[in-house]
Design a protein around this ligand. Structure first.
Ligand code: FAD
Length: 605
C-alpha cells in the first residue's frame, strides 16, 4: 500500500489525508505547530476561543460541503450575519444600504457623494488599470474614499492605485456578477429543479466551537483509522533524486531531525519555503522566482471585556484612518460557545502587517495596550472594561498578487513538474488567495492523482466558479446547503448579446431596400398591366416622394431604384439607433449588476 507524506495539518493537508484514507492509502501528516487547522485553526485562551480572522464556511463545490457535513455532522451551526463599517464614530450597514449610508453621512456629504457618483458615470476614468480607478468608476470617488480605500490599504499594505484592476474584477467576476445581469434581464433565476438562487451574504455555516473544531475532528477521524498527524515537526528538507522525492527531514520542537520516507509527497507549506527545502536546490532562476513571492502577515489582539454584549455584529470593518486596526471580531456572535462565561465578550482586533513592520515585534503587553487605546479612541469600549488579553501572530496569512507573481509561479510550477511524486496544494502551497474550500479541493484532487486521476490542481479557482450564492429549496426554511448552481454560465456581455441580438445595419438596409424597391416596382407594374383610362391615380401620388415618378414603365424602374436606396438608408439608420439603445441599456445593466455583485466587496478584500 502506498505511503503518502503530507506537510501541514491545515485544511488542505488534513483533507488530503482524509481523502487518501478513503482511497485505501496510508497518509501521515507532519505539522510544524502544536495545533491543527493552519490559518483556519481556533485558538483557546483560558477557555475563550477565537479564529485567525473569522472563518465563514461556504462553498459552491458540493464535494466540499459533503466533506464538511461528513466531518462535523451536527456541530455545524447556521449563523446570521451582521457586519458594519465603523467610520467617524458611526456605524454603516455592510453590505451598504443607500438609505442607511446617506442618513449616517448627512445631507451635505450625501449630496457630494451623489455629485461624485454622477461625475464617475458621465466621465469615467478611461484606462481602468488599477483598483482605485475600478472602484471609482463604479461608486464615485467620494464613496470610494469613505468605504473602500482605507480598509483595502490596511489589508494589503499597498496604495489602491498599485493594486491591479484585474484583481477587483476577478473577485467579483463570477456567477454572482453574471447572475445579477441575468436577473436584471430575465428575473430571478431558478435551478433546473426549481430552486431559487439566494445569497450566503446574510448567513453562513460555522462550527459550534470555531473552525478549528472541524480540523480537530478530521485529525481524530484519521487517528481512528490509524493515520497519524504528528505535531511539532517542521519539514526542512526534501531529498530528491532522478525526479523523485525520496525522504522528508523534519525538525522536532526539541531540535532533533527525523527522516520520513514515503512513496508520494503532498506539500501545503508556502511555496517559497518548499523550493528552499529541496535538496539538491533547484536552478537559480527557480530560487529567484521563489524569493520574489511575497506574503502579508497578520496579527490579532484578543481582548476580554467585562461586558455581556459589546456590539451585535459578527465583525466590524474599521475605516477610521487614524487607527491601525482593520477589523474587529466579536467571537461570541459567531457562536455563543466561543466564550466560557456569558457575562464576558471576547473581541479580536485584526492588524494586517509585514513581518518587517516594527509592530510585528512588539511585546504582547504593548500590542494589547495599543488595542485597548484604539478601541477607546474610536469609542467602542472603555479601557477599564478590558480585564485580559492575548496576541496571536500568523505569518504568511495572505499570498500577495503583485506585478510579477504569476510569472514567478509559472517558473516554479514548471520546475516542480519535474518531481513526479511531489504535489503542492492549498493556499500558500499554490500561492492562491483561496478560501478553505478551494484549498481543500486542490488537496482532494492531489490525493486522487495518486490513484491514477489526472487533475490539474493549479487550475482550481482560475477555471472554477466561486461565489457566495447557494440554492435553497423554494418555500422551505431549511438550512442552507451551498451547492453548485446549474445555471448555464456565459460571459456577461454574451448574455446581453444573447438576450438582445444586435442588428447588422447593412443587412437590415439591404433587405429593407430590396423589399421596398421590389414592392413599389410590382405595384406599378400590376397597375400598368391592368390598364384603363386613368392608370393608378393614387399610386401616382408617390411622385411627391420619388424623383420623376409616374405610373409608367420608366416610373416603375425609377421607383424601384429610389425605393431600394431609401429602404437601404432607413434600414441602416434603424439598426444603428436600435444598437445604440441596446448598448446604452446593456451598459446600465452591466454597471448596476456589477454594483450589486460588488456589494460585499470588502468581504473579498
Ligand atoms: C484573516 C483570514 C480570514 C479568512 N477567512 C476565511 C473564511 O471566512 N472562510 C474560509 O473558508 N477561508 C477563510 N480564510 C482562508 C483560509 O484560512 C485558508 O484558505 C486555509 O486555511 C488554507 O488552508 P491550507 O491548508 O492550504 O493552509 P494553512 O491553513 O496555511 O495550513 C498550512 C499548515 O502547514 C503548516 N506548515 C507550514 N510549513 C510547514 C513545514 N515546513 N512543516 C510542517 N508544517 C508546515 C502550517 O503550520 C499550517 O498548519 C481566511 C484567511 C485569513 C488570513
Amino acid at each position: 500500500m502506498s505511503r503518502v507524506l503530507i506537510t501541514g495539518a491545515g485544511p488542505a493537508g488534513l483533507t488530503a489525508a482524509y481523502e487518501l484514507s478513503k482511497l485505501g492509502l496510508e497518509p501521515t501528516v507532519l505539522e510544524a505547530d502544536n495545533l491543527v487547522g493552519g490559518i483556519s485553526r481556533t485558538v483557546d485562551y483560558k477557555g475563550y476561543r477565537f479564529d485567525i480572522g473569522g472563518h465563514r464556511f461556504f462553498s459552491k463545490v458540493p464535494l466540499i460541503n459533503e466533506l464538511w457535513d461528513e466531518i462535523l455532522r451536527e456541530d455545524f451551526l447556521v449563523r446570521p450575519r451582521l457586519s458594519r463599517i465603523y467610520y467617524r464614530q458611526k456605524f454603516f450597514d455592510y453590505p451598504l444600504k443607500a438609505a442607511n449610508a446617506l442618513a449616517g453621512l448627512g445631507p451635505v456629504e450625501a449630496f457630494m457623494i451623489g455629485l461624485s457618483y454622477a461625475k464617475s458615470q458621465f466621465f469615467p476614468q478611461g484606462d481602468e488599470t488599477n483598483f482605485e480607478q475600478w472602484v471609482i468608476n463604479r461608486f464615485g470617488e467620494r464613496l470610494y474614499r469613505i468605504f473602500f480605500k482605507t480598509y483595502t490599504e490596511k489589508v494589503w499594505g499597498i496604495p489602491c492605485h498599485e493594486i491591479s484592476a484585474d484583481w477587483a474584477a476577478q473577485r467579483i467576476k463570477n456567477l454572482s456578477f453574471r447572475e445579477a445581469i441575468r436577473s436584471a434581464l430575465l428575473g430571478a433565476t431558478r435551478t433546473e429543479d426549481g430552486q431559487v438562487i439566494t445569497t450566503l451574504i446574510d448567513q453562513f455555516n460555522y462550527p459550534r466551537l470555531g473552525p478549528g473544531m472541524m480540523w480537530e475532528h478530521c485529525r481524530d477521524l484519521l487517528a481512528a483509522r490509524g493515520h497519524e498527524t504528528i505535531s511539532g515537526v517542521r519539514v526542512e528538507r526534501l531529498r530528491h533524486k532522478h525526479g523523485r522525492v525520496e525522504s522528508a527531514y523534519g525538525r522536532t520542537s526539541s531540535g532533533e531531525v527525523v527522516e520520513f520516507g514515503a512513496d508520494h509527497f503532498i506539500s501545503t507549506m508556502p511555496l517559497r519555503e518548499l523550493i528552499h527545502s529541496l535538496d539538491p536546490l533547484p536552478p537559480d532562476d527557480v530560487l529567484a522566482a521563489a524569493n520574489m513571492l511575497r506574503y502579508r502577515d497578520y496579527l490579532t489582539v484578543v481582548l476580554i471585556a467585562k461586558r455581556e454584549a459589546v456590539f451585535p455584529d459578527n465583525w466590524i470593518y474599521i475605516h477610521e484612518p487614524d487607527v491601525k486596526m482593520g477589523r474587529i471580531q466579536n467571537y461570541k456572535n459567531w457562536s455563543p460557545e466561543m466564550v466560557p462565561d456569558a457575562s464576558r465578550s471576547s473581541l479580536g482586533l485584526e492588524y494586517f502587517l509585514w513581518e518587517k513592520d516594527e509592530e510585528w515585534d512588539w511585546s504582547h503587553e504593548r500590542l494589547i495596550e495599543l488595542g485597548i487605546k484604539e478601541c477607546a479612541q474610536i469609542g467602542l469600549i472603555e479601557p477599564d472594561e478590558i480585564e485580559d488579553g492575548t496576541v496571536v501572530r500568523m505569518k504568511k496569512a495572505y499570498p500577495v498578487y503583485d506585478q510579477g507573481y504569476q510569472e514567478n509561479l509559472d517558473t516554479i510550477q514548471h520546475y516542480l513538474e519535474t518531481l513526479s511524486n511531489l504535489q503542492t496544494v492549498g493556499r500558500n502551497g499554490l500561492h492562491r488567495y483561496n478560501n478553505q474550500d478551494h484549498s481543500m479541493l486542490t488537496a482532494v484532487y492531489a490525493a486522487r492523482n495518486i490513484v491514477g486521476e489526472n487533475n490539474d490542481v493549479w487550475s482550481v479557482n482560475t477555471e472554477m466558479e466561486y461565489h457566495e450564492e447557494a440554492k435553497t429549496p423554494a418555500g422551505t426554511g431549511d438550512r442552507m446547503v451551498p451547492q453548485k448552481v446549474t445555471v448555464p454560465v456565459s460571459d456577461a456581455d454574451e448574455l446581453i448579446v444573447e438576450t438582445f441580438a444586435r442588428l447588422d445595419p447593412l443587412a437590415l438596409g439591404v433587405s429593407l431596400g430590396s423589399v421596398t424597391g421590389v414592392l413599389l416596382f410590382l405595384a406599378t407594374v400590376i397597375l400598368l398591366l391592368k390598364g384603363g383610362p386613368v392608370i393608378g391615380p393614387r399610386l401616382g401620388l408617390l411622385g411627391n416622394f420619388f424623383f420623376g415618378y409616374q405610373v409608367t414603365w420608366t416610373g416603375a424602374f425609377l421607383v424601384m431604384v429610389q425605393g431600394a436606396i431609401g429602404g437601404l438608408i432607413l434600414g441602416y439608420l434603424i439598426a444603428v439607433c436600435r444598437n445604440w439603445i441596446i448598448d446604452s441599456y446593456g451598459y446600465i445593466i452591466r454597471r448596476t449588476a456589477e454594483a450589486k455583485a460588488s456589494r460585499d466587496m470588502l468581504d473579498k478584500v
